[in-house]
Write a protein that binds this ligand. Structure first.
Ligand code: ADP
Ligand code: MG
Length: 318
């Protein structure tokens, strides 16, 4: 009897071991959405799921890229002013959400800043500070209120001449949400989605917040989160220096120049990565004081900003 039970225990332990080790961990790292993407999944079929996650990110990139001919955003930007363009329902809804966020952030978040981003061309090999009159000319075309969405017909219309949009400030967050939902549907409870620092954690994780202007992986603080997204916007991601001044890729829609609000970075923690992505950009434009008011109109957001003086300030949404 004793012997039998001993075997029984051994088998149980072995099965448990198989279950533990059966939860394989797979990491897939690739380049997509103009950045390094890494998906880590713990599951029995981890490799397959991580690959599926990467395919989902590429699917969204194909819809949202402003430079890829045939993408929804490309079609919207190519149409004559006032002409409605039929797009996929999810992109129409994403653009409608962008409009709501613009309204709630007093226009600090504005996808119609794209002509300014093209003018600044921060990612160019030798970027230059544009002429003031070119900035004024591009500013005239910035107006989120002139983006009309019809989510029933799934159409988007840019109402004014010369307008163009970019989903650069939300696409990574949107993709992170889509991947998180996909993995959850597959029963995954432990995963880390990292789309160029735009993080979604499934399960409990400690997420480091990047120290600006230091090497990737240098953290000034960390946040413990569970099934949640952590997104940081900063001047350090894409920038150049000219005459001692740093010019970066987050544009203040009021001035047409890279935002200078006294912040080195803005981090938003939320279950919605798309909201965290949009808001981190808006907060970086608005600065600490205005943002602490404005985030009150959003639910489920926690904010952490790093000021130029090196102080960390935290405030929450509603
Ligand atoms: P990152 O792309 O480094 O994660 P953000 O999420 O802050 O940074 O998005 C910045 C991108 O969004 C820019 O590259 C540009 O395409 C676009 N953008 C710049 N300024 C704004 C703005 N005020 N509102 C909305 N989009 C913006
Ligand atoms: Mg953003």
């Amino acid at each position: 009897m004793k012997k039998l039970s001993a075997i029984g225990i051994a088998v149980v332990v072995l099965v448990a071991c198989i279950l533990v080790f059966g939860q394989k961990k797979a990491v897939v790292t690739d380049y997509a959405m103009n950045t390094v993407v890494s998906v880590t999944v713990k599951a029995r079929n981890a490799e397959e799921l991580a690959q599926e996650a990467m395919d989902e990110i590429r699917r969204i990139e194909k819809l949202a890229s402003p430079t890829l001919p045939g993408s929804d955003v490309y079609k919207i930007n190519s149409a004559e002013a006032g002409t409605s363009v039929e797009v996929s329902p999810e992109i129409c809804e994403l653009i409608a959400l962008c409009g709501e966020i613009s309204a709630k952030t007093e226009g600090a978040f504005d996808i119609t800043t794209y002509p300014l981003s093209l003018l600044w061309d921060i990612g160019a090999p030798e970027p230059e500070v544009p002429e003031a009159e070119d900035i004024s000319e591009a500013l005239v075309r910035v107006n989120y209120k002139a983006v009309v969405t019809d989510t029933r017909a799934s159409t988007v219309t840019l109402m004014e001449e010369g307008m163009a949009i970019s989903l650069g400030a939300v696409a990574k967050g949107y993709a992170a949400d889509c991947v998180a939902r996909l993995l959850e549907e597959r029963g995954v409870e432990d995963a880390l989605i990292d789309i160029g620092g735009n993080i979604y954690a499934l399960g409990e994780k400690n997420i480091g917040i990047q120290t600006p202007f230091e090497e990737r992986g240098e953290y000034f603080t960390a946040k413990a989160v569970e099934d949640c997204s952590v997104v940081t916007s900063g001047a350090y991601e894409r920038c150049f220096e000219k005459d001692g001044k740093i010019y970066h890729h987050i544009i203040d829609p009021q001035t047409g120049y890279p935002a200078r609000s006294g912040l080195e970075s803005a981090t938003v923690i939320s279950k919605s990565s798309v909201l965290a992505d949009a808001l981190s950009t808006a907060i970086f434009v608005l600065g600490e004081e205005k943002s602490s008011d404005i985030v009150k109109s959003f639910e489920d957001v926690s904010v952490l900003v790093l000021t130029e003086e090196g102080d960390i300030r935290e405030f929450d949404g509603n």
